[in-house]
Unconditional design. Structure first.
Length: 358
């Protein structure tokens, strides 16, 4: 089961108490205070782990509490610190504070760590309170409680390419054709009820990752068909493949379907409407009316988008499409690298200018 949203409760460990104790030494009948401090409570950490693919394990284990610090002891012995605990989450998990709704952390890289709840401070033993006027204090300090938070974790898949389109547009068939992903495929809408990732191997150690997003319908940005939950999985993609069923049996207007999905993308996030997009006419082997695909081709051209025709059943056009996707990603990655270099150079020039002005 794919779970991409869950609430958890995290608690740092309680700090250990200090202790009231006195030295008992031979020939020192009135030994001074020797109470040690309590140990610090353990922390709770969230760690992004590429081997974890879902938040399912947290649905049935929502509470995570670190170990309490040990109490101090006599002879100025400090209590042991509580053990930290680590909660592993998928790469791409965003962490929100349930109370405020604020985004606290975006765990977008494998191995990235975030302190979710800090342990409490250990209390002071009585040796800390000795003064010139009170050389034998008979009190100590208790440890403080650890932080406690209720968090909402939301997973946004990390993929290079997102497949979008109406239910039964052929997204699952395409991803199973070009990668090793094996989503459920059937001849009825909403077969895919959870996102799937597939890795496309281009050879020579080149790959890209494709996300098969469950079918969208009109009103998806408002939650229709669980669309608002599915749409967030395309937010991080660099390129969209917009699949449109042009088969005569579909009984649908391909141009209207194309326009509806793009309106839903824009309504959910205006930046998605500007994301590079390749329009793909699917099920071309079942096309009896060529004008259906030509109308869609013309509509895509109006938006300045590349257009391809494929049949995943016969593999017609699939190789050409994969090549076009690879080239588009190369162009996008190249532009991102160039922008990063330009930003670095600008920052360097600003630093140099500040030095000269000083």
């Amino acid at each position: 089961m794919f779970i991409d949203r869950v609430k958890i409760l995290v608690r740092g460990g309680h700090g250990g108490n200090g202790v009231t104790a006195f030295r008992r030494e031979k020939f020192v009948p009135r030994g001074g205070p020797s109470g040690g401090d309590g140990g610090r409570g353990g922390d709770v950490w969230l760690v992004a782990d590429s081997s974890v693919n879902t938040l399912l394990h947290l649905r049935y284990n929502p509470e995570h509490k670190a170990e309490r610090g040990r109490h101090g002891e006599g002879s100025n012995r400090y209590g042991r610190e509580g053990e930290d605990i680590t909660v592993r989450v998928p790469v791409g998990t965003q962490v929100y504070d349930v109370e405020t709704g604020d985004l606290l952390c975006d765990l977008a890289e494998d191995g990235q760590r975030w302190s979710a709840a800090k342990g409490g401070r250990g209390g002071f033993g009585n040796s800390h309170f000795a003064t010139s006027t009170n050389r034998a204090p008979r009190y100590h300090q208790d440890g403080s409680p650890g932080e406690e938070r209720e968090l909402q974790l939301e997973l946004k898949l990390l993929a290079d390419v997102g497949l979008v389109g109406y239910p039964n547009a052929g997204k699952s068939t395409l991803i199973s054709t070009i990668s090793a992903a094996k989503p459920k495929i059937a001849d009825y809408p909403f077969t895919t009820l959870e996102p799937h990732l597939g890795v496309v191997d281009l050879g020579e150690f080149r790959t890209f990752v494709v996300a098969d997003i469950p079918g969208l319908i009109e009103g998806a940005h408002q939650g229709a068909g669980l669309g608002d939950r599915f749409l967030r999985h395309v937010e991080r993609t660099k390129l969209l493949l917009h699949l449109v069923d042009v088969s005569s049996q579909s009984g649908r207007d391909a141009v209207i379907d194309y326009e509806v999905i793009n309106r839903e993308l824009a309504a959910y996030d205006a930046q998605l409407a500007e994301r590079p997009q390749i329009v793909v006419a699917t099920k071309i082997d079942a096309l009896d009316e060529p004008e259906r695909v030509e109308r869609l081709r013309a509509r895509a051209a109006e938006d300045g988008r590349d257009f391809y025709e494929i049949s995943s059943a016969t593999n017609r056009g699939v190789r050409e499409l994969v090549g076009a996707v690879a080239k588009a990603l190369d162009d996008i990655n190249g532009a991102e690298r160039a922008a990063a270099v330009t930003a670095d150079v600008s920052a360097m020039h600003e630093t140099e200018s500040e030095r000269w002005n000083d």
